[in-house]
Ligand binder design. Structure first.
Ligand code: PRX
Length: 664
């Protein structure tokens, strides 16, 4: 049995969901007990066709029933619900609007407290229908890609759903990305239409969204039109006649209902770019029925969401969490989703709790980075809030440390709520490993047990063999396909196979280390590739290196992640400049410039926290930069560097150690 390196983590007692949870439940919990989860889980693994066939017919409305649930039956590269026809916007809007048009679909809380509005299912159907016709008029057809560069406003949700209503494909680009990143994503996806705002508002500041789009479009020759949502109304925002159209002027030209276009289950629903080990972002491709089904199921079962609930995912639609748990999951269930434009710190650190009380939020879902910030800000920002509407608290995107988990449980959940630490990725579409609310025992720091249909394997990274039984540690893989698994990387199927299936043949490789403890609970131990996680944002070190190289003064550079109390990981860049004779002042200017370069090339969230100018980077004799050494030095593990005498330049290590020590 392999040694558990992280054994200290795994001696954590299970916390049973409180009996109050069941007692105070406004309707009835989705599952009766843990035994029921186990029965359903076993069925989903042993007989996925029966399980998913039944549940897909029950939960989704089909235009045409599917003929085959899963094909081929074994192995990966599997398609689901073959020959079925469906429309995601129908499932997220029409079917709820028909029954209850006045029910709130979206609760919009603007950046400025007190501003915002409620959009009912009936109003959403009208807005989605009108925008769908605008898109059609602008020449967007089934299968075309539309780029979305929008902040967290109701129009963003309407846009996503209008695109899929006509069978087109959305490619949302996080509105914190720079013009260069936006340009690359527009061109890679071949988007012909872009939807954006004049400006956006965040944390009391205005952001020049449209100007960023205009800059990007200088090098996007195929973009025909830009639809602009008026967010601030600033008159100085550029408007290009003939290309740009106003959202508020176009929509009223069209009737408030247009039928959804039937698409095949396996037609692409959206692309979402994410970072991998190499510099070029990957367009993760999700298909319609499988993604939608798992978005709905995980919302319902992991978070115990029913139609009366108000679900607040404090994530951005620019990332997968926003796609699945702001838009598709809660709306497919028919609940109310909170769309929050601002930040947890504006105008003060009570903002989330104010929103929870104001709208009687029942489920709250956020990344640990925000929790760490709020914990540090002090409990006086929480104490005066009632928070009694909350039933379920979720965590996503990075490991949640035990002390943050406990703080969340006690201070926000007041010991009544359950905590769902959800492990998943852009590629998975929805939760892979997560406790079900009120059902699965919880362990602070563990994402606990797999969701229906997910069969995890801990694999030995050297032999590629699965490590059976409990108390094992290795890399985390999944054994068979599930409906919301990505089907390809856009226009790069061979990269898809190389990234996810070829590293460990027979398994989907997550890129994360993982362990199964003595109770069979799963622990996610962080990325084993060159991906860093800063404030829950997934960044590729290779992409940041490529951005830094854009600066003409740089000879070479290496980027690695290091632990940070607030952001989880932070970015460190070790840079050697072409000129070695710079003064102190020139060096500090060069560092500022390099940070600026990353902000400009990728976006402010990717900027390195630490830039170290060094003469040389440690390399093997074949010229490969030893990033492992840089990581060890940053982690204060200078004594664990191993044999460095085989490097081509061992003296570089000494300089790196002293320059890192000088920063402490
Ligand atoms: O390393 C894992 C980490 O986030 C990565 C996926 O990032 P992304 O595709 O941007 O999706 C984030 C939102 C789902 C994973 O490979 N990660 C995600 N959730 C957890 C996590 N690490 C530990 N615990 C989690 N609950």
């Amino acid at each position: 049995m392999p040694q558990l390196e992280n054994e200290h983590l795994m001696h954590v007692n299970q916390i049973e969901p409180t009996s109050e949870y069941q007692k105070n439940h406004p309707s009835s919990p989705i599952l009766k007990n843990f035994e029921e989860y186990k029965t359903l889980y076993n069925e989903s693994i042993e007989n996925p066709t029966e399980f998913y066939g039944r549940i897909a017919r029950k939960e989704l409305d089909w235009i045409k029933d599917f003929d085959v649930t899963k094909y081929p039956l074994t192995g990966f590269n599997t398609s689901w619900f073959l020959n079925g026809e469906i429309n995601a916007s129908y499932n997220c809007v029409d079917r709820h609007a028909f029954k209850n048009p006045d029910k709130p679909a979206i609760v919009y809380e603007a950046d400025e407290p007190g501003e915002g509005r409620i959009v009912t299912y009936g109003e959403l159907l009208a807005e989605v229908s009108q925008l769908a016709q605008v898109l059609t008029e602008l020449g967007v057809k089934k299968g075309d890609t539309v780029a979305v560069y929008l902040p967290m406003i109701p129009e963003a949700i309407a846009t996503i759903l209008a695109i899929v209503r006509i069978g087109a494909v959305h490619s949302v680009v996080f509105a914190g990305f720079s013009s260069g990143s936006l340009r690359d994503r527009i061109n890679d996806a071949d988007s012909r239409v872009v939807i954006t705002t004049d400006e956006s508002k965040r944390g009391g500041k205005s952001i020049e969204t449209k100007k960023i789009v205009d800059e990007a479009l200088k090098e996007c020759p195929n973009v025909r039109n830009v639809i602009v949502v008026k967010r601030t109304g600033n008159k100085s925002v550029p408007f290009i006649e003939g290309r740009d159209v106003w959202y508020h002027e176009e929509l009223p030209k069209y009737k408030t209902y247009t039928p959804p276009v039937p698409v095949n289950s396996e037609d692409t629903l959206f692309l979402l770019y994410t970072s991998g080990s190499t510099g070029k972002p990957k367009g993760i491709q999700h298909t319609t029925a499988g993604y939608l089904l798992n978005a709905l199921l995980t919302t319902k079962y992991t978070f115990d969401v029913n139609q009366q609930d108000v679900f607040f995912t404090a994530g951005d639609i620019g990332w997968i969490t926003g796609h699945t748990y702001v838009v598709y999951g809660p709306l497919a269930v028919g609940a109310t989703t909170v769309v929050f434009e601002g930040t947890p710190a504006y105008p003060n650190f009570s903002r989330y709790w104010e929103i929870v009380d104001k709208y009687k939020v029942t489920q709250f879902y956020v990344a640990p980075t925000a929790l760490r910030l709020l914990k540090r800000a002090g409990d006086h920002f929480i104490e005066k809030y009632d928070l009694s509407s909350l039933r379920v608290l979720g965590s996503v995107g990075e490991p949640i440390a035990a002390e943050v988990w406990e703080w969340y449980y006690e201070k926000i959940g007041r010991g009544r709520c359950t905590i769902q630490d959800t492990y998943w990725q852009t590629e998975n579409g929805s939760h892979l490993i997560a406790p079900l609310a009120g059902i699965t025992p919880m362990k602070p720091g563990s994402a606990s047990l797999p969701f229906f249909g997910i069969n995890p394997a801990i694999v030995d990274p050297v032999s590629g063999q699965e490590l059976k039984g409990n108390n094992v540690e290795g890399v985390l893989c999944i054994k068979a396909s599930w409906p919301s698994m990505t089907r390809s990387i856009w226009k790069d199927y061979s990269r898809y196979l190389d990234t996810y299936f070829n590293p460990y043949p027979g398994y989907f490789f997550t890129g994360d280390g993982g362990a199964r403890d003595s109770d069979g609970f799963y622990w996610v131990l962080g990325r084993v590739d060159d991906v860093v996680n800063v404030s829950g944002h997934r960044l590729s070190t290779a992409e940041i290196e490529a951005a830094i190289l854009e600066n003409p003064n740089v000879a070479e550079n290496a980027v690695v992640g290091f632990a940070d109390e607030l952001t989880g990981q932070a970015v460190a860049a070790f840079v050697s400049l072409k000129r070695k004779d710079l003064s102190e002042d020139q060096i500090s200017l060069a560092k500022k410039e390099l940070t600026q370069t990353v902000r400009k090339e990728i976006g402010p969230f990717a900027a390195p926290k630490l830039v170290l100018i060094v003469d040389d980077l440690p390399k093997t004799r074949s010229g490969k930069i030893m990033r492992r050494i840089l990581r060890k030095v940053l982690a204060h593990e200078e004594d664990q560097l191993g044999d460095i005498s085989t490097l081509s330049n061992p003296e570089a290590v000494t300089q790196i150690i002293s320059s890192v020590q000088a920063t402490r």
